[in-house]
Design a protein around this ligand. Structure first.
Ligand code: ADP
Ligand code: MG
Length: 339
């Protein structure tokens, strides 16, 4: 809820005081998170049509990406015991993208770790630290190499692997929203931590959209902003979903190498990219890699990313200044911009 309020505050901040065409905001809950799409079309009716169309597309994608709904393709695939399954074109495209980013990140992003998230009970009332033997056992089933894409929307999972597209789903949905737009309307889509800012923002002279990067300790407030156009801004952080046991915090981004929540010294990673799917996969992967490896990866692959570390440093990759304008706001909160 807090994150949702933060989104609203920022929206008001951007649009509150200037005369501008009527926008329309569709607020809804999907993929286990609050979402909103604000559209500025030619007139109020056009704005509403665009926003509602975007909402409809996200709702349509939800069953294509969900693994918990028993009527979903992923659920069926996860329970097929290694048999070939035919899935929808959307599901196939999402799995294909997920495998591509697993390969690119050397498995730091791994969409086959559903047995691991299930074991930890993340997002359930039964979240707990499993025994090491249990972790070792489920890790034998994790590995994106076990996902076979056979063409014609056919997929097979080997070796007991099960898919969890939670690390990429909202990015995939954001790109699906972007694909509906022709650039004539200004649209700000907030799908949880995934933001897409498309067309022109009528509330700013520059036409750009200012997106806040949350303070990990108070995600109603920001440590930095980026001004973007036609891009997606995605953040993954240890404060999004977690549970506490024996005074320790266990969050929802797992290191597939250890089977534990990634303990990389980072609080959050933000990626700014044309593809929200790529940004979503990469924020998760970079969080796992940690600062040094993550920075090197971003330089090699020309990725624009912002890292916030547990020791209160904010780092940006060289590509950031090429794609957006970045403002650091964290000084009062004891953060330093380490450039
Ligand atoms: P959020 O869902 O808060 O936007 P992320 O995009 O970082 O955050 O996705 C985290 C989700 O991705 C987890 O809840 C889990 O379902 C899945 N996940 C966790 N660790 C990994 C990983 N290393 N690779 C791929 N998916 C992951
Ligand atoms: Mg992600």
């Amino acid at each position: 809820m807090k994150r949702f309020l933060a989104a609203m505050v920022l929206l008001l901040g951007i649009t509150g005081c200037t005369a501008q065409p009527e926008g329309y905001t569709a607020d809804f809950f999907a993929m286990d998170t609050f979402m909103s799409v604000t559209a500025y079309g030619a007139d109020e009716q056009a704005s509403e049509e665009i926003a509602v169309q975007c909402e409809r597309r996200v709702n349509e994608l939800e069953p294509a990406l969900s693994r918990t709904r028993e009527d979903s393709d992923i659920y069926r695939l996860n329970h097929a015991d290694g048999a070939v399954c035919t899935v929808s074109a959307d599901t196939y495209a999402a799995i294909e993208a997920a495998v591509q980013y697993a390969e690119l990140t050397g498995g730091a992003f791994d969409p086959s770790l559903a047995p691991l998230t299930d074991l930890w009970g993340i997002n359930t009332d039964d979240a707990h630290v499993p025994r090491q033997a249990e972790i070792d056992q489920v890790l034998t089933r994790v590995g994106y190499q076990n996902i076979q894409l056979l063409g014609d929307n056919q997929v097979r999972l080997l070796g007991g692997a099960q898919l969890d597209l939670g690390g990429i789903g909202k990015g995939f949905a954001t790109d699906a929203v972007a694909a509906l737009l022709d650039g004539s309307a200004g649209v700000l889509a907030r799908l949880g931590g995934n933001i897409g800012a498309y067309g022109e923002n009528p509330g700013r002279e520059s036409g750009g959209w200012v997106i806040g990067i949350a303070d990990p300790d108070d995600n109603a407030d920001f440590l930095a902003t980026v001004e973007v156009r036609g891009l997606s801004v995605v953040t993954s952080g240890d404060y999004e979903r977690y549970f506490e046991q024996d005074g320790r915090r266990y969050h929802h981004i797992f290191d597939p190498a250890t089977g534990y929540p990634a303990d990389s010294g980072l609080r959050s990673v933000t990626v700014i990219d044309q593809s929200s799917t790529r940004a979503d996969a990469l924020t998760t992967a970079l969080f796992v890699m940690g600062l040094d490896e993550g920075m090197a990866f971003c330089e090699e692959n020309a990725i624009a990313a912002v890292f916030i570390t547990a020791d209160k440093q904010v780092y940006t990759t060289p590509q950031v200044e090429n794609v957006c304008s970045f403002a650091f706001l964290g000084e009062e909160k004891g953060y330093a911009y380490a450039q």
